[in-house]
Design a protein around this ligand. Structure first.
Ligand code: NAD
Length: 483
């Protein structure tokens, strides 16, 4: 068993255990017990981190891309070397089964690798000129400046890794404020970057209450970019704040992903993939498949087999038993959110086919739950559940299904299963979202953009967009000096 590290902040290259704003408890969601106390940054400590990020920016942004690449590549290697140790901490802090935690960390290393490569290869472009005096029109992508990175707990390594690597690859410096319940996961990640040779002040890590810290960091004139992953409500609040200070802002927010299962789908494969993917990370995934829209001809079979597979999911403490499929929810707030969704789908507003209850044991456990035919205006059908609850709704025509899928203001991921080529093309065109998965439930890879539309946010991080998100576009028009 890996020891849980002493919690620290990284401010101007110094690891600091003393938080001038006191401490906060970190809880193991599988036991409800306290793991550690985490230091909280005071406004003065935030100001030191801001000054460090501002002072380090000119040097880091002028460091050749090949050198930034080399540092980030070493960080990716360290992440892979330390994956088992970090995975134990991820499991203890937010309840993800160990195999899923290891997968998250190794895929984070792949993301860092890809963005490191962008530091070497990303050029600008040369645009042909119209006149004779003008000899060059050059477009370049320049590092924006110090970036504030605000990350949640559901992927406590991958989301910070993606933002840190994008920022540092582009030449930005950064201050990371991770979720309150996963500070050590972020700390072990940051250690990989420091040990890889990231210079003093280029990367800073602070902990504490998210609202006041975000407000302080966003308002500072040092900050030039804000990247946030989390709920739509908080994203709107931070977006308004960023706009009032004219800061670049990338929000990656919630979703309520529909999955259309056509009568032309390979049904056995679709059911197996849906049941396996829906309950990954206890459903606490922004692109989690959630609203299952199933052709009426195959609806009964889908509900019965999907619910049967859901009921066989082994739930337990992943820190004590590596064979569990699903751990606890991340904190007590998620349990009350699940109870509200289920209560609202009761009576004649839906049928709870399996699950629906809190699991009576210590920690924050909820049963894998399937609701058949939830009412269109139910909480489940209109609000992101962000937990182990799936709903299945029958549809008459594929156009009706697209109408239901596109009916919410969310637009992060959507999925569809169909073996009919024309129908698959139609679905790819008609579904409104940042990412569409057809005949599979994966929409993320290190090479591809990740982001949503509508209430799911805007902009992308991941792929080359994950580098460009931390750059300003600059035009240089060069004319002859005379004659
Ligand atoms: P929450 O909104 O209280 O917290 C979610 C995250 O936002 C936390 O990590 C927290 O640090 C941060 N946060 C909260 N208030 C903030 C503020 N004022 N300024 C800056 N950051 C702030 O909700 P929760 O119960 O912890 O999580 C569930 C909700 O969060 C879900 O409804 C889901 O939409 C959303 N969420 C989304 C993602 C995602 O990947 N898009 C990840 C985690 C949580």
């Amino acid at each position: 068993m890996t020891a849980y590290p002493t919690l620290k902040m990284l401010i101007n290259g110094e690891w600091i255990t003393a938080g001038e704003a006191g401490t906060m408890a970190v809880i193991n969601p599988a036991t409800g017990g306290e793991i550690a106390q985490c230091p909280k940054a005071s406004p003065a400590q935030l100001d030191v981190a801001l000054k460090a990020a501002g002072d380090a920016f000119p040097g880091w942004s002028r460091t050749p891309g090949a050198e930034r690449h080399a540092v980030l590549r070493r960080a990716a290697d360290l992440l892979r070397e330390r994956a088992l140790e970090i995975a134990t901490v991820v499991t203890a802090e937010m309840g993800k089964p160990r195999a899923q935690a290891i997968g998250e960390i190794t895929s984070s290393a792949d993301v860092v690798d890809f963005l490191a490569e962008e530091a070497k290869r990303r050029g600008g472009r040369l645009i042909p000129t119209r006149g004779h005096q003008l000899i060059a029109q050059m477009v370049t992508h320049e590092a924006i400046g110090p970036a504030v990175l605000l990350t949640p707990w559901n992927f406590p390594v991958n989301l910070p890794a993606k933002k840190i690597a994008g920022a540092l690859a582009a030449g930005c410096t950064a201050i990371l404020k991770p979720a309150e319940n996963t500070p050590a996961s972020a700390q072990l990640l940051v250690e990989c970057f420091v040990d890889a040779g990231v210079p003093k002040g280029v990367l800073n890590l602070v902990h504490g209450d998210p609202g006041p810290i975000a407000e302080h960091l966003i308002a500072s004139p040092v900050t030039r970019k804000v990247s946030f992953t989390g709920s739509t409500a908080v994203g709107k609040h931070l977006g308004a704040l960023a706009a009032s200070h004219m800061k670049r802002f990338t929000p990656e927010l919630g979703g309520h992903a529909p999955v259309i299962v056509s009568k032309h789908a390979d049904l056995d494969r679709a059911i197996a993939l849906c049941a396996a993917t829906k309950f990954r990370n206890a459903g606490q995934v922004c692109v989690s498949p959630t609203r299952f829209l199933v052709a009426k001809e195959i609806y009964d079979r889908f509900v019965a087999e999907f619910a049967a597979q859901a009921s066989r999911i082994k739930v337990g403490d992943p820190g004590a038993d590596e064979s569990v499929d699903m751990g606890p929810l991340a904190h007590a707030r998620r349990i009350s959110a699940m109870e509200q969704v289920v209560a609202d789908a009761g009576g004649n507003r839906g049928e709870i086919v399996t699950g629906g209850s809190v699991i009576e044991r210590t920690g924050f456990f909820f049963e894998p739950t399937v609701i058949a035919n939830p009412a269109p205006d139910s909480r489940f059908m209109t609000e992101e559940p962000f937990g182990p609850i799936a709903g299945v709704v029958p549809f008459e025509s594929i156009e009706d299904a697209v109408g239901i899928a596109n009916g919410l203001r969310y637009g992060l991921a959507v999925y569809a299963f169909s073996g009919d080529l024309d129908e698959a093309h139609y679905l790819g065109r008609a579904l409104r979202a940042g990412m569409v998965g057809i005949n599979q439930l994966i929409v993320a890879s290190p090479e591809t953009p990740f982001g949503g539309i509508g209430d799911s946010g805007f902009g992308s991080e991941g792929g080359e967009e994950g580098y460009l998100a931390f750059t300003d576009t600059k035009l240089v028009m060069l004319a002859k000096s005379g004659g």
